[in-house]
Every structure is written in structure tokens, then in C-alpha cells.
Design a protein around this ligand. Structure first.
Ligand code: ZN
Length: 458
């Protein structure tokens, strides 16, 4: 495939001369990205290790924690780092970032990296962390947002509907809120308007709002699509003019992509990011797997012995933020598990993540101590959904050998249907679990508006 983007509208936008303001800085990065994505994996790793060497030297000399934990490493030797020395740097746990707080802040932040922007993230593990980013790091954030639009050939003159805010009393049905642009008003390129609706909106109201607003694009979380798509299909509701759906914040599998095609005949793309480290990987323009955003972070997937996983093997996601010199996160263990992929046939040299398995606490520990991924994003979940009139479900590991199946249903489930579900659960989770049923009125979202298909309550 030829280098660069193929969409003429995007080609024209990228040909603009960068100005010294935010949009100019981001445009400059995008021009670099247009080239860097096609470099070979070897070239990309070479560039990354030069940056890692600079980052480590900066961290050692201005942050006492890294001076102590990496005293045995000579940062200037990028070749030695790449040859394996990098693996001698201890992995940074979320609990350590939580405990150290501002001690991870550099004493000498390069003035050219601009103003500082702190964020707090509560995370799903209940360990809040505070990360301080520079303007320079946020320019990369903006550039990756735009790269996602370029990769998926979005018409940014269109209307974007975001159903992602869980903020109390914000963007409530029936109005939602209206904004003049997709992102902040000083974005990189002029865009069409955007709209917001709170995630707590009831599904029929949400569908009505979308029909009324006629957006070109929808940005939301997987749990919304899982409920909205079947509802629309059953009630014959289509979204005229809708071109694509993007999802963030929760696990996305092929099941979700199928639901989107069946309900609205539109593609669905996933974005893999975290608040602390920013964009991790974007979905490939032509495949359902992900490309690591190597210009912004160095990503490792490590096995149980902290060694790099080979393609096909699953392990813990460990990221190093390459651009944030205010509070660098070096070998930070995000808490996710993923599978490394083979190089991509699209021609991009950016490393491939085959799939993202979930957070640490989503692992089902079987009674024999073995760990198992519940993989509730895979298409075989449809078999289960078809066994009874299920609207929404949650599986809870409530005791060593017991799974509680929580169901919201259209009518009472028959004993024969429950029996079928029990057999499915035992097969899916690979253990003869004692399966019990609960029929709650609703299944609540987390404070951040997320929903978990599987919870551990042992
Ligand atoms: Zn690709």
C-alpha cells in the first residue's frame, strides 16, 4: 500500500502550512505521523529507544524515585537498552504511583514543553492516581485523536454524537447539549458540531434522541451499544445518515462489531486508551486489531516472568510514556491484559495488539487456581442471549464454585431455559460451576458510567 492517507479531503487538510499555535504544532506532528507509521518495526523501535534513553536520563537526574530504582542502568546507551538492559528496569505498579504522588514529578520540567495539566483517575481498582501532563504531551494526544479520524476516513464536517458523560445532571434527555465543534474549539481542524447525551438515559429515550439529532458519528461505550442495538432491531428503529460508531472505555469484541452491522449497517471501531497514559492503540483502518501508538508510548506485553510475550501469547500491558517529561511513567503496569499480534498486512510498521482481554480483576480464577478469561465480547455470547428473552446480563463469581447469573428479562425465564443457560455457563467458563439465577430490576453502571459483564464478588 502506498504511504500516506488516501482520502483527498484529509490530504488537503494535511497540506496546510503549520502555524506556531496549538493547531500548527499538532499539524506538524500529524505530518510526521503520516511518515512514521510506514517505517519498519526495526526503525520504529530504534527511534523509540533513542527517546527512551533521553527520557530515562531526564528521569534519573530530576526524579529521586527513578534515580534510586534505575541506578544500575546507564541511560545514554540506547543500544544496550534495546538489547535487553531495558528489561532490568523495575515495573511500576499503580499502587506505587498512588503512594508516591507528587514525588514522581520532575524537578526540572523542560520549559519548552509548556503548561502543566494534572488529571485524577480513580481507576477500576479503587486506587486513585494523579498524573501531571505537559502541553507537549497533550499535543500528541490531540494528534492521535485526529489520526483516528484520518485512519477511518471520517468526514469531520459532519455531526458527532457523544454518549459518554456520566456527570450528574449533565446532558440530560430530552435535550442533551450542543457544542460548536467535536473537541475543544481551538482544535486542529474546523469540524462540524457535536452533541452530548448522558449515559444514564434510558435506551428507548436514547434511540429517540439519536433519531431526532441524526448524527453522522456516534462515540460511546460498549455497554450502550450492547443494549441499544438489540432494542433498535426489535423496534425497527434505524439511524438515518449514521456512518460509523466508535467505542471507548470498556472491552470491545467482535460481537459488538456484529451488533452494529446488524442493527444499523455501520462499522464499529474501538479505541484503546487510558487516562494516565493517553492513547495506547487505535484500530487498524482495514483490520479489527490495533496498532500501538508508538510515537507517544513504548508498549510491552509481559509474561508471568516479566519477559516480552511473543505473537499470540497473552500478558500484562506495560507502558512507558515517551513525551511527558513532567511526570514520566516508566514501565507502568496499566492493569490490562492483551495479546501481541503479528505484523499487519496494511503495511504499517506500528506494532500490533491482536486483542485486549480485560482488566486484572476481570480474570475468573477457577477452583483449581487456574486463571481464565471470560471473553464475554466474543460472538458465542449470542447463543446465550438467544436461550431466553434476555435484555441485559451480568455474571458474578460469588463463591469458589458458584456463579450467579443476573438477568434482566422481558418475561419470566422458564426452567428449561435456565437449564440450557446453566450448561452454557459451565461450558463457557470451563468448570462445572454451581449456577444460580437472580432477576434484579436493573444492573447499575459504575460511577464512570461503565458496565461490567463479569464481576468477582468472592
Ligand atoms: Zn494495520
Amino acid at each position: 500500500m502506498a504511504a500516506g492517507t488516501t482520502d483527498p479531503a484529509w490530504k488537503k487538510r494535511l497540506q496546510r502550512k503549520p502555524l506556531p499555535d496549538k493547531s500548527g504544532r499538532v499539524l506538524k506532528l500529524l505530518k510526521q505521523f503520516e511518515l512514521s507509521q510506514w517505517r519498519t518495526p526495526d526503525e520504529i523501535a530504534g527511534t523509540q529507544f533513542k527517546q527512551l534513553s533521553r527520557l530515562l536520563a531526564h528521569a534519573q537526574s530530576t526524579i529521586p524515585h527513578y534515580a534510586a530504582t534505575t541506578a544500575h542502568i546507564v541511560p545514554a546507551d540506547a543500544t544496550a537498552l534495546r538489547a535487553g538492559r531495558w528489561l532490568d528496569i523495575p515495573v511500576l505498579k499503580r499502587a506505587t504511583v498512588n503512594r508516591l504522588g507528587n514525588e514522581l514529578l520532575s524537578k526540572e520540567i523542560p520549559p519548552a514543553h509548556g503548561s502543566l495539566d494534572p488529571i485524577y483517575t480513580s481507576g477500576t481498582t479503587g486506587l486513585p492516581v494523579r498524573v501531571v501532563r505537559t502541553r507537549h504531551a497533550l499535543d500528541y494526544w490531540s494528534a492521535f485523536t485526529t489520526r483516528d479520524h484520518i485512519w477511518h476516513n471520517r468526514d469531520i464536517d459532519g455531526t458527532l454524537a457523544a454518549i459518554r458523560s456520566s456527570e450528574k445532571n449533565f446532558a440530560l434527555y430530552p435535550k442533551g447539549t450542543h457544542h460548536i465543534a467535536w473537541g475543544s474549539k481551538d482544535g486542529v481542524f474546523k469540524t462540524g458540531p457535536s452533541l452530548s447525551l448522558n449515559v444514564s438515559t434510558a435506551i428507548p429515550d436514547m434511540a429517540e434522541w439519536i433519531v431526532r439529532q441524526q448524527p453522522d458519528y456516534i462515540l460511546t461505550m460498549p455497554n450502550i451499544i450492547k443494549r441499544l442495538a438489540p432494542w433498535c432491531q426489535e423496534n425497527g428503529v434505524t439511524f438515518e445518515g449514521l456512518k460509523e460508531i466508535s467505542v471507548i472505555g470498556e472491552m470491545c469484541g467482535d460481537l459488538l462489531r456484529q451488533l452494529s452491522q446488524e442493527a444499523w449497517s455501520v462499522p464499529l471501531h474501538d479505541v484503546y486508551s487510558s487516562r494516565e497514559v493517553g492513547y495506547i492503540a487505535l484500530q487498524c483502518p482495514i483490520n479489527n486489531h490495533y496498532h500501538v501508538q508508538s510515537e507517544g508510548l513504548y508498549l510491552e506485553i509481559l509474561d508471568e516472568e516479566d519477559l516480552p510475550c511473543t505473537p499470540g501469547q497473552s500478558g500484562r500491558v506495560v507502558a512507558t510514556t515517551l513525551r511527558n517529561f513532567a511526570m514520566p511513567l516508566i514501565r507502568y503496569e496499566i492493569g490490562d491484559h492483551a495479546i501481541m499480534g503479528e505484523p499487519c498486512n496494511c503495511g504499517r510498521g506500528l506494532p500490533v495488539i491482536k486483542s485486549i482481554l480485560g482488566r486484572e480483576q476481570d480474570v475468573l480464577v477457577l477452583p483449581d487456581g487456574k486463571q481464565s478469561w471470560t471473553l464475554l465480547g466474543s460472538p458465542d455470547v449470542r447463543d446465550f442471549m438467544n436461550m431466553a428473552p434476555i435484555i441485559q446480563y451480568q455474571f458474578a463469581h460469588v463463591a469458589d464454585t458458584k456463579i450467579e447469573v443476573r438477568l434482566i428479562v422481558k418475561r419470566p425465564v422458564l426452567p428449561a431455559e435456565e437449564a440450557e443457560i446453566i450448561a452454557w455457563v459451565q461450558k463457557k467458563f470451563a468448570w462445572p460451576f454451581d449456577v444460580v439465577f437472580a432477576y434484579p430490576e436493573n444492573l447499575p453502571l459504575t460511577k464512570a458510567g461503565k458496565f461490567k459483564d463479569f464481576v468477582v464478588e468472592t
